[in-house]
Design a protein around this ligand. Structure first.
Ligand SMILES: Nc1ncnc2c1ncn2[C@@H]1O[C@H](COP(=O)(O)OP(=O)(O)OP(=O)(O)O)[C@@H](O)[C@H]1O
Ligand SMILES: [Mg+2]
Length: 222
């Protein structure tokens, strides 16, 4: 199973989600490999270099854009789940990542700019999906509300706008039930090389656990 965490906008939480779902899925007994496709930053590699030795090792590879598809397929032979951590661009690289995946997760933050950027990504995705449908490859895209301040007007607007986009595009977009809220622990985990599933913040653990359950049931649908 190949999961791409992607989008055309920077700083939406792609790497935060990639690393946290990797740890969460590993805790549920899945073998996981992360492919860091963000040439120039390679944030997942930074994260894994901070990881304490006593914790389970996470496989992380860095791959140039043109090799994403081949490398993802190769890793998928050896691991239950391959996670592609995307790079924020409006280029063919983003389309390659989408095309390589079974499941696409697009983190969206509650801001006008982020919603606009999501719509741009989604237009590109629809072309990739049309081609995938044509060749009989199943692909499913999910928006994930990310880095949200709980109980704000922004949260409410984000929910409504994503519902609207979904209604306008029947069968082409799904959203997660889970919302990933703005929590300090996510920033800290980046420095610790861990996931919130390995830390003591109850609320973060609970929301990540809920997201992992959703992802596992989606994997089981395929
Ligand atoms: N839920 C959250 N709560 C608090 N901080 C968060 C959350 N999600 C992301 N952040 C912080 O926001 C910043 C951007 O997150 P991250 O690096 O995961 O985004 P990205 O989409 O991978 O960015 P890029 O496009 O640069 O690769 C980081 O400092 C991260 O710690
Ligand atoms: Mg990143």
């Amino acid at each position: 199973m190949i999961i791409a965490v992607t989008g055309t906008k920077g700083g939406t939480g792609k790497t935060t989600i990639s690393t946290n779902i990797a740890i969460g899925l590993m805790q549920q007994g899945k073998s996981v490999s992360i492919i860091d496709t963000d040439e120039g930053q390679f944030s997942v590699l930074d994260w894994s270099s901070n990881r304490p030795e006593e914790l389970p090792t996470v496989s992380v590879l860095k791959v140039p854009t043109e090799k994403i598809g081949a490398m993802a397929r190769e890793q998928a032979k050896h691991y239950d789940v391959v996670i592609l951590d995307g790079r924020a661009t409006q280029t063919e690289g983003t389309d390659r990542l989408s095309a390589a995946a079974d499941i696409i997760i697009v983190p969206v933050k509650p801001s006008e700019f982020d919603i606009r950027a999501f719509e741009k990504y989604f237009e590109r995705y629809k072309t990739v999906k049309a081609i995938s449908d044509d060749v009989g490859k199943k692909i499913e895209a999910f928006a994930l509300r990310s880095d949200v301040k709980k109980g704000t007007k922004g949260e409410k607007e984000l929910v409504e706008l994503l519902e609207f986009i979904k209604e306008q595009n029947p069968g082409k977009l799904r959203t997660f039930e889970t919302t990933i809220y703005d929590r300090e622990i996510y920033k800290q985990c980046a420095g610790y090389g861990t996931g919130v599933a390995e830390e003591n913040n109850k609320a973060a653990k609970q929301e990540m656990g809920q997201l992992i359950n959703e992802i596992i049931s989606i994997i089981n649908e395929f």
